[in-house]
Design a protein around this ligand. Structure first.
Ligand SMILES: Nc1nc2c(c(=O)[nH]1)N[C@H]1C(S)=C(S)[C@@H](COP(=O)(O)OP(=O)(O)OC[C@H]3O[C@@H](n4cnc5c(=O)[nH]c(N)nc54)[C@H](O)[C@@H]3O)O[C@H]1N2
Ligand SMILES: Nc1nc2c(c(=O)[nH]1)N[C@H]1C(S)=C(S)[C@@H](COP(=O)(O)OP(=O)(O)OC[C@H]3O[C@@H](n4cnc5c(=O)[nH]c(N)nc54)[C@H](O)[C@@H]3O)O[C@H]1N2
Ligand code: SF4
Ligand SMILES: [Mo]
Length: 833
């Protein structure tokens, strides 16, 4: 669609809305026309009255910074970082302050509604009419009861994205268990960052992101984590970066990315790698660490006589190497690593061998050192193997659980719920357990190593294989815009009964049959255990800062209200559960025996301080042994079986260079990845498989002002979206001048980017911005643009080329192991538009 078409579409949509009558236009301020910014409901200027401060958690990214919300006369007028919250440390990133605009977004839904236009599509006005909450709950419950009567409860699915704790995502599995669906819930992890988690699962047994001890670290080798733009927890990372770069000794940082970005620019050393090839570089670094004798012998072990026999191209005698906390090193060397020289990797990565050697030496000798990664190396077909090779570097230098190294996050000591779902299951619910696969086939033979495969849902529903969905409820996720190949979702969701809980008129809402708008985060009571941070347990609380501005509800309370209306014992369970406040009071009861370091010991003090946390982290690796905290220090030496139970739950209880987790799925890996079964467990080089059939790589990174799909209608965020290339109202495709020149493209020209998706040519447009610091073979289009809903600024804000949604060029292909969608593996063609 070009600009003109968008405007026409919008106007048609507006006329249709107003034709349905003023009373039906609830929540549709957005669609009455393009309004100037002053129409926003945020209070202007100074206000009389007393300021109250309530505690909350920022919702603009997964960092979950604690915030102080300032209100006067029932209006929020400012948001600052909470000095008492360890992640925020009194500061926020630029998105944190913008919460007021999310609260007073003039395009918010004002209450529950139902659709009256049965047709669904980009250009269809849903013709929503207001209904009561009773009607909304009854309508949904009637549908769910009918499915149950017909033995088809599995055709109901919950979808969620940014879920936080006990009162939203934490409630799904009980709902699914009691109701009888395997699809409660399908999370967005597989369109987010599952690759790094699965790489850790495959090597050290922890299916999790890491906590890092940056403060004590002396070297960071960063593979495709956007440390100063996105990587989590972002606000804290910017602060700790300052610490690392000013402490003595200064932490040295080497970054590997496929484009120039602020993290690269601020690092001591950066290298622009060929997309999808990080695994080759990490293997070459491991090769150098071994051949040059730089590994940590106390963690890894050594040759029986201490003589280094690792020589390029030569095998070693496995019996002569005694491993300590690792497993499979000799096999790894003999069957893979001995040939992975820097010269070999130079061909693949385009990074000179000389530099890889220097990085290997620096990394291994400037300890404590951390090798980290996020979506860059993992959002490819070979993502898990790339991630395993990177994580293996942490094992080689003894950084796991070490000071200045990396850990796994501890959870809070929550109290139990007042009721247990197991006591309220009826015969039907029991019969449904395990009877049907999930609609996304996660955890089945099709995707055996995954727990979520949200991006598969659209095609599965269209094919009716394993079955067709009947009803779906969405919570903070919008795959119809954010999934790869979102057009498929636009087709698929046409005949599904959709319930959307978003406060905002996003794309999913435009397909909704029932709108059940949730409170915004500043209006709701909600907990959130921390995103992995420094390892010690922490959980924060959202306390409503103001009464709800509109007729909205808490998502958890919606689930409870629906549950209460389901026939059978499930209704009693939800009646007993009560409401989200009751859930949180029971959770907080666990603090009584474990008062936090800030004195929080019950629900009231949690509300007052906004966060419970307790230092220190409980375990530590030090000089060949693992130690547990005894209240004073790390005094208790752990046995091998304790290390296996508590810290490295792999089959061997060690860090595995030859993964038992992957070996258990060797037949699947051979089938899907052409890797011989006997090699499946080895950390190894696997060629990326690019999609799109173009000649240029295409990456769609996150920018500092992006708040996932939640920044699109924030004009303040949009204005500074691409500050480095001079964004301000235009979407720039960043590309190398040579690449532009070869195609007759000048700076500022409109361009068309195309790729093959499902065998068809798909195109989007953008404006060219020449960036000599990028790779000539790689185009960069930030992921933010191309909304056709979500509010007035998201859809029409005066940009001079219709911004494209990069997902529309992304074939739905995933890493067979992690299931992570291969967002960064597309190859496109480019021309002047
Ligand atoms: N500002 C902001 N921060 C966020 C979010 C947000 O929306 N906005 N969202 C949060 C979420 S949900 C997530 S999952 C995290 C993601 O955090 P990150 O993974 O750090 O962020 P991305 O921008 O997805 O990708 C990181 C980098 O990978 C690079 N890259 C692409 N392909 C390759 C490759 O083959 N090799 C290498 N080495 N690099 C490559 C990209 O250029 C990009 O700079 O960020 C979180 N933080
Ligand atoms: N091309 C490309 N695509 C990508 C990425 C990329 O780098 N490139 N990044 C991927 C990543 S890492 C992720 S995590 C996903 C994120 O994609 P999604 O899982 O879709 O998550 P969001 O975009 O945060 O979800 C936005 C939806 O939540 C609604 N919403 C906002 N606030 C609230 C609230 O308080 N309550 C409720 N109930 N709803 C709310 C919004 O209206 C909107 O409908 O996108 C992925 N898509
Ligand atoms: S880092 Fe994330 S959670 Fe923290 S202020 Fe920024 S957007 Fe909010
Ligand atoms: Mo994500």
């Amino acid at each position: 669609m070009n600009v003109l078409q968008t405007l026409i579409t919008r106007r048609r949509f507006l006329q249709a809305t107003s034709a349905a009558g003023a009373a039906t236009a609830v929540g549709f301020g957005a669609l009455r026309g393009l309004s100037p910014i002053q129409e926003s409901r945020a209070d202007p200027g100074p206000i009389d009255g007393e300021t109250t401060i309530t505690k909350n958690i920022c919702h603009q990214c997964p960092a979950r910074c604690g915030i102080n919300v300032y209100t006067r006369n029932g209006k929020v007028h400012a948001i600052y970082g909470d000095p008492g919250n360890p992640i925020a440390n009194g500061k926020l990133c630029p998105k944190g302050h913008l919460g007021t605009y999310l609260l007073y977004d003039p395009d918010r839904f004002e209450g529950p509604m139902k659709r009256t236009n049965p047709n669904k599509g980009r250009n269809e006005d849903p013709e929503f009419v207001p209904i009561t909450w009773e009607e909304a709950f009854d309508t949904v419950a009637e549908r769910l009861n009918r499915l149950r009567e017909n033995g088809e409860s599995y055709r109901f699915a919950h979808f969620y994205g940014r879920g936080w704790g006990s009162t939203d995502a934490g409630m799904y599995s009980d709902f699914g268990k009691l109701y009888g669906t395997p699809n409660s819930a399908i999370g967005h992890a597989s369109i987010c960052a599952e690759g790094s988690k699965r790489a850790k699962r495959a090597t050290d047994g922890n299916d999790s992101y890491n906590a890092y001890d940056y403060r004590n670290c002396n070297y960071i080798l960063n593979f495709g984590a956007s440390f100063l733009e996105a990587f989590r927890p972002y606000n804290y990372l910017m602060q700790v970066w300052g610490h690392m770069r000013t402490k003595s000794p200064q932490t040295r940082i080497t970054s590997i990315d496929v484009r120039m970005n602020p993290t690269m620019a601020a690092s001591d050393r950066y290298h622009m790698i060929k997309p999808g090839t990080d695994g080759a570089m990490a293997l070459a670094i491991a090769h150098v660490i071994l051949t040059e004798g730089l590994w940590d012998t106390e963690f890894v072990g050594d040759f029986d006589d201490g003589e280094n026999r690792f020589r390029a191209g030569e095998t070693i005698d496995a019996d002569r190497f005694q491993e300590r906390w690792t497993h499979g090193l000799a096999d790894w060397w003999n069957e893979e690593l001995k040939d992975r020289t820097p010269e070999w990797a130079e061909e693949i990565t385009t990074i000179p061998a000389f530099h890889m050697k220097r990085i290997a030496r620096e990394f291994a000798t400037t300890r404590p050192a951390i090798a980290l990664m996020e979506r860059g190396p993992t959002a490819h077909f070979n993502g898990t193997y790339n991630g395993m090779a990177i994580h293996a570097l942490n094992a080689l230098v003894g950084s796991l659980f070490a000071e200045g190294g990396l850990f796994y996050q501890m959870g809070p000591p929550y109290g139990d719920l007042p009721v247990s779902a197991d006591d309220y299951m009826d015969d039907y619910a029991r019969e449904m357990e395990g009877k049907h696969p999930r609609i996304d086939m996660a955890g089945t033979d099709k995707w055996p190593m995954t727990s979520h495969m949200m991006q598969e849902t659209a095609q599965h529903h269209l094919d009716g294989d394993p079955y067709k969905l009947d009803t779906a409820m969405f919570f903070v996720t919008n795959p119809i815009w954010s999934a790869p190949d979102p057009q498929l979702w636009e087709e698929a969701l046409k005949d599904v009964f959709i319930i959307d809980t978003s406060p905002y008129p996003g794309e999913t809402a435009m397909y909704a049959d029932i709108i059940m708008p949730e409170h915004t985060y500043l209006e709701r009571l909600q907990d959130s255990p921390t995103y992995p941070f420094e390892g010690w347990p922490m959980t924060a609380l959202r306390v409503p800062a103001v009464d709800p501005v509109y007729d909205t509800r808490h998502f958890g309370d919606m689930l409870i209200e629906i549950g209460k209306r389901i026939d059978g014992p499930m209704s009693e369970y939800y009646a007993e559960l009560g409401d989200v406040e009751n859930i949180l009071r029971h959770r907080a009861a666990g603090f009584a025996d474990n008062p936090g370091d800030n004195g929080v010991n019950d629900f009231e003090s949690w509300k007052e301080k906004g966060v419970w946390y307790k230092k220190p982290y409980h375990w530590r690796y030090w000089r060949g042994s693992f130690w547990e905290w005894d209240g004073d220090d790390y005094n208790i030496e752990m046995s091998e079986s304790e290390v296996k139970d508590k810290l490295m739950p792999t089959e061997s209880g060690k860090f595995e260079f030859k993964s038992s987790f992957l070996e258990a799925h060797a037949a699947y890996i051979q089938r899907e990845m052409d890797i011989p079964e006997e090699r499946a467990g080895l950390i190894q080089w696997v060629e990326p498989r690019h999609t799109g059939e173009g000649d240029l790589h295409f990456v769609t990174p996150k920018l500092p002002l992006k708040a996932e799909g939640r920044s699109a209608n924030l004009p303040q965020a949009q204005a500074y979206m691409q500050p480095i290339v001079g964004g301000r109202g235009t979407v720039f495709l960043e590309l190398h001048p040579r690449t532009a020149g070869e195609r007759g493209i000048s700076d500022g020209d409109p361009v068309r980017i195309s790729a093959q998706v499902r065998g068809e040519q798909h195109s989007i447009t953008a404006v060219a911005r020449l960036m000599p610091s990028h790779r000539p073979d790689t185009l960069v289009l930030p992921h933010e643009y191309g909304h056709w809903a979500q509010g007035r600024w998201a859809t029409a804000n005066g940009r001079h080329a219709k911004p494209g949604n990069s997902g529309e060029l992304t074939e739905n292909r995933s890493d067979p192991i992690s299931g992570l969608a291969s967002y960064y593996t597309t190859k496109v063609t480019l021309e002047r538009a």
